[in-house]
Design a protein. Sequence first.
Length: 505
Amino acid sequence: MAKEIGQVIGATSLRGYRFVIKKDMEEHVKRDEFVTVQESVTGHQILGIIKDITISNELLPDEFSRDLRVGDIILSEGEYPVPTVKIIGYEKNNSLEMPRHGIKPGSIVYLAENQQLKKILQQKKIHSAHMGSIATREEIPVHININELVGKHCAILAMTGAGKSYTTGVLIEEIMNKKGSIIVFDPHGEYRNIQLKNSEVKVYTTEDKNKIRIQVSSLNSIDFTSLMPDITETQRDLLEEIINLSEKFYDNWDLETINNILGMLYDLKKTSKKDKEQIFPAEILKSMSKKVGITTIGALMRRINRLNRMNLFNMEGTPINELIHKNQLTIIDLSDADERISEAIVSAVSRKIFSGRRRYMKYGKGIKTPTLIIIEEAHNYAPRGMDERNIVSRSILKRIAREGRKFGTGLCIVSQRPNKLDSDILSQCNTQIILKIVNPSDQEYIRQSVETVTEDIVRDLPSLGRGEAIITGSAINLSMPLKIRPRQTQAGGEDLDIVAEWNKK
């Protein structure tokens, strides 16, 4: 039997109403609590959520408040709280529809029953991920649809310290419980110690141990330009010609191949004759050598050698079937790499995953396993607008956001600065898990970029506690505040206890 907690007062609308609280029911009436009331014509039970509570005092009109002196009046006398309810809809065919008829003043307001909320939130077990519980009712679990979350992309947004990496860890646990495939680009090394009981975890770094290798032929001229920020326009044009030549005459190639071609050009400029064997006509080299000076060739060779000494780029690269596999979590720890190297790795690996999935879906060859790509600090890899320099990872991430759904390539962007994210990517994320955000520009940018984020959701963001989030979008049947469940794996990124460090002996 539903618990009667109040009665509707004043004017109502199809969007909301107010009510007064029944005696002794105050403890049940709180922000984000779910309530029901009967529609006037159809009798449907309309579900709503309390978004605000105003306390009025009949003995203390507003115009007298400036003259109030503490102790002259008993404020509790004549006071009554008035909750404001936002209407969510009534249940129909396992979904919610907005009412078409009004709610009569005087209607009884009930506390929504647990069973009703569970029914609305229910997901097929095989597709569901348990993310936590309703913020006001810890006994009701909140599950989201993994197919929707991965297939249509998602965003985890929060200010620093609000728990976005912790929440991402919960999501990883849930997907890996379904024998999923995830690759995480981890710029701070927060996930490298994660351990899963029934899934394989592979960690790659940019240093000597378990070093990630990037296939040189998977890089394009823009990637090279980013990796060599001091390259001139003439050198870039020459490099592009060499890349085109390599792609035409070699099945596979690396930095040594580029250097060999540059060496041939250098010899031609210096001696005017060909001393080395090559598989392409000498006329091509002669034509190229006429366009550039010997200093340009030498300068480009030095830059290519500088890249080669990093030992990150080679002929084959880390095999993609090592990075992507069913029931495998792959962490690429970028904490030791500078920003340009990190961007190139994110760009090259993401491009290879996307093209591999596309080939498989079209021709049956490539990457068999649908994969979720998680980008931590996504505002650094897919920034908003035109940066002062070209961020090479942005274009492939935008393409995955637009087309990845067709090819089983999911994108999860994680960011503490939403207003610095590319708006096209953010708008393509059809599920959002938003934790505490107090920056007004971040709040407004989310509201403008994401159609499922409403004004009242934005207003709630600053008041969320640590570990609390609002989840909205296609992966859940009802947008709501939830308490993120405890992690089963080791969490990274905890705040450092500075005072304790100072006092260590």
